[in-house]
Design a protein around this ligand. Structure first.
Ligand code: SAM
Length: 381
């Protein structure tokens, strides 16, 4: 975890100052308080420390009318957690054998992993993956505490290799909770969020591949607009791409935000457009759709007959991909001109549950869950 600068806001105890009858008394009262707390700052207002008593009243008034005190302190990052989405529903649909073997392809901060472990008995086993090295600390701590659990810092496309290495060619259940975790989103240095300024990076595994800025600063305008349209359903993709090119080089998330805003003048640029553009760039930089397709296919092939695969997706492009892949197992396409299906065209899977959405109470408590949708299928042959 990176140490992070935290900004604290405190409100001056104005009522206590007002209760003092004379300016001098009030001045000395406040000055002594602020002298002791010299790390308190009000932007644009002189410090009381450097004010003699003759000047103290106007300065005090200035302090008085500026309600926010800002103190910047460096301290270890408080743990930003990730609230697992649809966890009880996922565990209920996924775990068919409490002594079975399972794989969680998206460890994140281990919310679903812990929920699955809580359901398994002593013979159960769970392997989790995540491509993000920031996930490893929590995962290694859990490995120390629970011998049924192991973690691999790997991608979906390496799922088969991970299982082979662990000598676990087949499993009873696999889950994917795709996208980014809250700690990834809230970390300014990762550059995932349009409302937090930071380097325009967006890589899920920050040590491999190209940061978003490198791609954005080199890509031809046609590629930029194609990515925005295809991966973000962005309507005015061409004009946003034009603004990006005109403002290059872009190095930060806020520079990208300014380019997007410049392409949508007159109207307030909605959070939706910003989110769509950031989503598109993130999907491209991390090759997310190929990764997901690859992971689903490798995961399904690794399932025992009767084993289950659960996927939680968060936006229409993911929903579509997941539904199409599942459809190819549940209802394989019949070759044209064949009057009957032969055995190869029999369904390979059946739906256990379809299009499960979080209930109202979960959406209220965890707004990040609002767009989530879960599909669970069972392997038939
Ligand atoms: C929504 S979070 C998962 C949160 C987790 N279920 C929890 O409860 O804490 C998605 C996670 O999947 C990881 N991820 C996304 N794409 C991946 C891929 N292709 N391979 C491995 N991990 C991936 C991300 O790094 C992120 O940590």
């Amino acid at each position: 975890m990176r140490p992070t600068a935290f900004v604290f806001f405190a409100v001056c105890a104005d009522s206590r100052m007002e209760s003092r009858s004379s300016a001098t008394t009030a001045g000395s009262f406040c000055r002594s308080r602020f002298n002791k707390r010299s790390d308190l700052v009000r932007p644009g207002v002189p410090s009381l420390r450097h004010t003699d008593s003759a000047q103290s009243l106007p300065v005090l008034r200035a302090w008085h009318s500026t309600p926010i005190l800002t103190r910047v302190v460096t301290k270890p990052q408080s743990p930003i957690t990730h609230e697992p989405v649809l966890a009880p529903q996922l565990v209920q649909a996924l775990v068919t054998d409490r002594g079975g073997t399972y794989l969680d392809a998206t460890f994140g901060r281990g919310g679903h992993t812990r929920a699955i472990l809580a359901e398994l008995n002593d013979s159960g086993r769970l392997v989790s993956l995540d491509r993000d090295k920031d996930a490893t600390q929590d995962a290694h701590e859990l490995e120390q505490r629970d011998i049924r659990f192991s973690f691999s810092c790997s991608k979906f496309s390496e799922l088969r290799d991970v299982l082979n290495e662990l000598d676990m060619p087949n499993v009873d259940g696999i889950c994917f909770d795709v996208g980014v975790s809250t700690p990834q989103l809230k970390d300014a240095e990762r550059g995932f969020a349009f409302d937090i300024d930071g380097p325009l990076d967006m890589r899920m595994d920050a040590e491999t591949g190209l940061p978003a800025s490198e791609w954005i600063n080199k890509a031809p305008i046609e590629d930029l607009s194609e990515v925005l349209r295809t991966y973000g359903d962005v309507r005015n993709a061409r004009s946003i791409a034009r603004q990006i090119v005109a403002r290059r080089p872009l190095g930060t998330t806020f520079e990208l935000v300014r380019a997007i805003r410049a392409a949508t003048p007159g109207s307030a640029t909605s959070a939706r457009i910003l989110a769509q553009v950031f989503q598109a760039v993130r999907i491209y930089v991390n090759d997310e759709l190929n990764e997901l397709q690859n992971g689903l296919v490798q995961g399904f092939d690794a399932l025992n007959v009767g084993g289950r695969l659960a996927v939680i997706s968060f936006h229409s492009i993911e929903h579509r991909l997941v539904r199409d892949v599942i459809q190819s197992w549940v209802r394989p396409p019949v070759p044209k001109g064949l009057p009957v299906r032969n055995k190869d065209e029999d369904p390979r899977a059946r739906h256990v549950v379809k299009n499960v959405r979080p209930a109202y109470i979960e959406r209220q408590n965890n707004p990040a869950s609002r767009s989530a949708m879960m599909q669970v299928v069972e392997r038939l042959r």
